[in-house]
Design a protein around this ligand. Structure first.
Ligand code: FE2
Length: 204
């Protein structure tokens, strides 16, 4: 791979408790995210140095590096959206509100779907815009690299791994998901909508 760049996490993202999410838990969780960034860099550098002529479907260093790369890269990207939109006031705002109303009927209808996917998935519930049918979907994912959908842009990302809530909530995942919605920064999600110019699919 030419022109490889190391990814760098944003330091000191959290400085205080959020509503229902302790700083202690957020900092511990953020350390896991930093691990995904570090391992993404490590895997991609190792692949560059690995012997491509030894590629083998049963076992080979390049094969294993590529298997773990999707886990590390998706772990990095999904956490970046999750942490990025976790310091807001939870009030739905911006063009995304109308987009959700069109595709799910109402914000409450979408939240109900997001909650159901969050309660039944083992890793993630993801509101994503899918270019296949030009609309929003809630996709579930059981691991960073299981359930990923090609050509779909994550707009709102809910982490439902136990590490995201067990320190504060034990096994009460639903209470944690309620806190997630309370802290959701719709402005951050709106920046993703703008970045990919998604409103043009909604007549704007
Ligand atoms: Fe996580």
């Amino acid at each position: 791979m030419k022109n490889r760049k190391d990814f760098v996490p944003d330091p000191n993202l959290f400085t205080k408790d959020l509503d229902g999410l302790s700083l202690k838990m957020l900092e511990a969780h953020y350390k896991l995210y930093e691990g995904y960034v570090k391992k993404t860099n490590e895997i991609q550098a190792a692949f560059d140095a690995a012997d491509k002529s030894a590629a083998n479907g049963i076992y080979s260093p390049v094969g294993e590096l590529k298997r773990q790369e999707t886990f590390a890269v998706n772990g990095m990207k999904l956490h970046e959206v999750y942490f990025g939109h976790l310091q807001g006031d939870g009030k739905p705002s911006g063009d995304l509100v109308g987009m959700i109303e069109k595709d799910f009927g109402s914000i409450d209808g979408w939240k109900e779907e997001m909650l159901a996917v969050g309660m039944s998935s083992r890793g993630w519930a993801i509101l994503a815009f899918d270019y296949r049918d030009n609309r929003l979907h809630v996709y579930g994912s059981d691991a960073h690299n299981i359930g990923a959908v090609w050509a779909a842009i994550p707009v709102i990302v809910l982490d439902v791994y136990e590490h995201a809530y067990a320190m504060d909530y034990g096994i009460s995942r639903k209470a944690y998901i309620d806190s997630f919605f309370k802290n959701l920064d719709w402005t951050f999600a709106g920046k993703i909508v703008s970045q990919f110019e998604l409103t043009k699919y909604y007549g704007k």
